[in-house]
Design a protein around this ligand. Structure first.
Ligand code: APR
Length: 242
């Protein structure tokens, strides 16, 4: 599966993994654009917007509450665990678009959450923020200032947290290897990260059962699931880095 880059692996010390919903699919968390991307016949991508929230905060909160329940029960799969194990052999930074915290649960120690986190809540007006790990009952929840609380996640059209994004660019620009796993790479600016890596002459690997817009620019495309392919990559990497 990874034979073509076996010789280059010896010189790899800085790895960046760019991950998307696909890596959590085998943990039972639906992707956005796959066949499982609908919720009560609503297009997930239409719900993850500030307009949908202001139009119907209760509906968006019902969706997020169901996602919270699902995510809190989910466990990291072999793909998440493989990326965490890689830290024994190289410097590994995870730049994830996911908000499910499964990389951290698997043991990855350096994870940048580009699109926020499902546990974080913030006020839609004042600067109130908190982490809530329990079920939220009265929907939509209200802030002490009287305004509606919202999930502290990045919705379509919203800017990423600037400090997180600037750091992500630095890691992408300095890595020896970038592994792009389980993402359709249709959402910017996350989908520009492989460009930063390529400009730094890093090796680019994509792991995805489907083709994406940048599959042709990859050094290696593995058409398999992350839970199958990533453990194979780690066992090859381990052999060349003991
Ligand atoms: N292993 C690897 N890849 C998989 C697997 C799997 N088991 N199952 C599905 N995939 C791939 C799909 O082929 C698809 O290319 O994962 C990708 C999931 O794509 P999306 O559903 O578009 O999710 P993602 O790329 O993370 O979306 C990016 O868009 O909706 C917003 O903010 C949201 O963070 C999200 C962003």
């Amino acid at each position: 599966m990874f034979e073509s880059i076996k010789d280059q692996i010896k010189n790899i010390n800085k790895i960046v993994a760019v991950t998307g919903a696909g890596i959590s699919q085998e943990s039972g968390i639906p992707t956005f654009r796959g066949k499982d991307g609908l919720w009560r016949n609503h297009d997930a991508m239409k719900l993850a917007t500030i307009d949908a929230f202001y139009d119907n905060p209760k509906l968006v909160w019902e969706w997020y509450n169901e996602r919270r329940r699902n995510i809190f029960q989910a466990q990291p799969n072999q793909g998440h665990k493989a990326i965490a194990e890689l830290e024994k052999y190289a410097q590994v930074t995870v730049l994830t678009q996911n908000i499910d915290g499964l990389h951290q649960k698997a043991g990855s120690s350096k994870v940048l959450e580009l699109h926020g986190s499902i546990v974080k809540i913030k006020c839609s007006v004042c600067d109130y923020k908190e982490e809530i790990l329990t079920e939220i009952s009265n929907l939509p929840p209200l802030c002490k200032c009287g305004n509606v609380l919202r999930p502290d996640v990045v919705w379509f059209g919203e800017a990423l947290p600037q400090d997180v994004w600037q750091n992500a660019i630095v890691f992408a620009s300095q890595c020896d290897l970038m592994i792009v796993v389980g993402t359709s790479l249709v959402v910017s600016p996350a989908n520009t990260l492989p460009i930063y890596a390529k400009q730094n002459n890093s090796i680019l690997i994509e792991i995805n059962p489907e083709n994406t817009d940048i599959s042709d620019d990859m050094d290696l495309v593995i058409k398999d699931t992350s839970a199958v392919a990533l453990p194979k990559f780690v066992s090859l990497f381990k052999k060349n880095h003991n």
